[in-house]
Design a protein around this ligand. Structure first.
Ligand code: SF4
Ligand code: SF4
Length: 284
């Protein structure tokens, strides 16, 4: 039929026109800002800092290691470290950032800061309503403006946030197991210590007592005084003699001096018989 194709096309157009007012699939216009589309999980804009719990300041995961600050290509992160420490998510004392600013007028949304962070502390946000009439101050976000809860992270990146939570929970469990094992080992050592400690104490006490018993007579002056002088004197007198006697007893040849060592008969004859002159002086 002549004009059938035209009629079919007009019918399709009429159907879409009417359907765009009633059919959900055809209503492609989003009445922003009253209405908003759910952004895809992979979408990203600028970074934010994740915190756990209710208190953003206490719960910040960031430990001010400054890796992200060093790695950021346009250098738009500025961090100042704290002097004190606070417990992190596994209870380990860590420093924290007293200042953490990101200049989002410079940030290029490269996500390198997220990739390098070892503490899962910085993630990419999906917020895009950041227009301001303050070109510099309004786009320099401090740590309070950057802080978002872990629940928020789950809302915008549910898959990624679940993986991160599982990883952190695994690390926490490992740390707790280690701490428990250390505590058990310390308790076992403490329980074993009294038994060995008593044995050691007894063993140590015995020699001490015997040493004391031996040393006692020498150290007590009144007992020393009771010891007869005759008993001590020979010991003091004989000791040097015994030591010096060999030297004094050495016979001096030709002197005839009386020494404690007896002379042999040959030595005696030699001493008594005067020496002949020709024997003393060598012949010329
Ligand atoms: S997303 Fe890139 S440019 Fe932006 S703060 Fe992180 S590292 Fe720097
Ligand atoms: S966000 Fe991560 S990488 Fe950056 S300072 Fe904090 S802990 Fe370190």
């Amino acid at each position: 039929m002549l004009g059938e194709g035209i009629l079919k096309g007009l019918a399709e157009t009429a159907k879409n026109f009417a359907g765009s007012f009633v059919s959900k699939e055809r209503m492609t216009t989003v009445e922003y800002p009253e209405e908003r589309l759910l952004l895809p999980e992979a979408s990203r804009n600028f970074p934010f800092l994740v915190y756990d719990g209710e208190d953003w300041e206490k719960g910040l995961r960031c430990v001010a290691c400054q890796i992200c600050e060093k790695e950021c290509p346009p250098k738009c992160i500025y961090i100042e470290k704290s002097k004190d420490k606070k417990p992190d998510y596994v209870g380990k004392p860590q420093i924290y950032p007293t200042k953490f600013d990101i200049d989002i007028s410079v940030c290029m949304s490269c996500q390198i800061c997220v990739e390098v962070c070892p503490f899962e502390a910085i993630k990419m946000n999906t917020e895009f309503e950041l227009a301001t009439d303050d070109r510099f101050g309004g786009l320099l976000l401090d740590r309070k403006e950057l802080a978002r809860s872990n629940e928020y992270y789950h809302e915008i990146h549910p898959t990624e946030a679940t993986e991160v939570d599982a990883r952190l929970a695994g690390e926490k469990a490992k740390v707790e197991m280690k701490a428990k094992a250390a505590a058990d080992a310390a308790a076992a050592k403490a329980a074993a210590a009294p038994a060995t400690g008593t044995g050691a104490a007894v063993a140590a006490a015995k020699p001490a007592a015997s040493t004391e018993a031996k040393a006692a007579p020498a150290t007590k002056p009144e007992e020393m005084a009771k010891v007869p002088a005759a008993a001590t004197a020979p010991a003091a007198a004989t000791a040097p003699v015994a030591e010096t006697a060999p030297a004094a007893a050495k016979p001096v040849p030709g002197t005839g001096s009386d020494g404690p060592a007896p002379m042999t008969a040959e030595e005696k004859n030699k001493a008594e018989t005067p020496a002949k002159p020709n024997e003393r002086e060598p012949k010329v």
